[in-house]
Design a protein around this ligand. Structure first.
Ligand code: NAP
Length: 251
């Protein structure tokens, strides 16, 4: 199959491109620095010519509310229109578990808008919703930092290694479109404050994590169900401790 991975140079995209290439598919890693820009439309028609499947794992360069909304709406419209012209048979996009429960956050409003465009397009699709990547724990800590304290609500989170997300995406790419959403999550649940604490301790970062039920997560109030997938989600295999050990060794 010819498969175009939009955002194919990013964290998940590059792993997915490698997996699909190893399976013998013709894979294009599409991104601005390979000459394909979904915001401007540059290079899109050429990349999609003859494509069977498009995997969209691009991300907005800015997480600011309006910028993220503009990115996912404009890029989504351009991409879905180009897919119709090219006769693409399956559009696959990566979204986030609990997106509809996180609508106090502008970024998640943008992700829901991206999902709505996909559902409204005639191209058969699958939305794979993932929980937070282990690689994103630094971003969570950064967003929750106030001086030397990291304030996080002690709610459940079921994060996953990026390798396991890419493996799940690869399985979905070679399957049939479900015209709906699937979920993937990590093998363990944590309390969000304990998850951040384990990361800071591995980094020998002296800052303190404060469990604060009222602390916001990217502007949203969380409860124990917000970040957790439904029963039946695909599960990754890598534990957080395994990932921490590997990433500390790599550093
Ligand atoms: N972080 C999490 O915990 C999490 C959880 C669930 C789902 N997700 C979703 O996973 C997806 C991928 O995230 P990631 O962390 O792998 O992203 P990433 O590493 O930041 O990569 C983003 C990719 O998008 C490309 N891109 C940016 N602007 C583009 C444009 N105008 N046209 C085409 N490509 C463009 C980038 O190319 P350049 O490098 O050339 O700019 C890069 O290849 C996102 O949609 C995100 O919402 C994330």
């Amino acid at each position: 199959m010819k498969i175009v991975v939009i955002g194919g140079t990013g964290l998940i995209g590059s792993k997915t491109v490698s997996n699909l290439s190893r399976l013998g598919h013709e894979v294009i890693a599409a991104a601005p620095n390979t000459g394909v820009n979904t915001l401007t439309g540059e290079g899109l028609a050429g990349a999609l010519d003859g494509a069977d499947v498009v995997v969209d794992v691009a991300n907005s360069p800015s997480f600011e509310d309006d910028a993220a909304m503009a990115f996912f709406q404009t890029a989504g419209r351009n991409l879905l229109a180009a897919e119709q012209v090219a006769g693409v048979k399956h559009h696959l996009a990566l979204s986030v578990v609990g997106t509809e429960r996180l609508q106090a956050s502008g970024y998640f409003r943008a992700k829901l808008a991206q999902e709505a465009l996909i559902k409204a397009s005639p191209t058969p699709y699958t939305i794979l919703r993932s929980t937070q990547f282990f690689q994103f724990v630094g971003g969570i800590v950064h967003a929750a930092a106030a001086g030397d304290a990291i304030r996080l609500p002690p709610v459940l989170i079921q994060p996953i290694a990026a390798d396991d997300v890419a493996a799940a995406l690869t399985k979905v790419v070679v399957g049939q479109p479900v015209n709906g959403a699937l979920e993937v999550a990590g093998p363990e649940t944590f309390r969000l404050d304990a998850f951040a604490e384990q990361y800071l301790s591995a980094q020998q970062d002296p800052r303190t994590v404060v469990a604060d039920p009222k602390a916001l997560y990217f502007g949203a109030v969380l409860d124990d169900g917000t970040l957790i997938p439904d029963a039946g989600a695909m599960l990754g295999e890598t534990t957080f401790e395994e990932w921490l050990d590997e990433s500390m060794a790599a550093d």
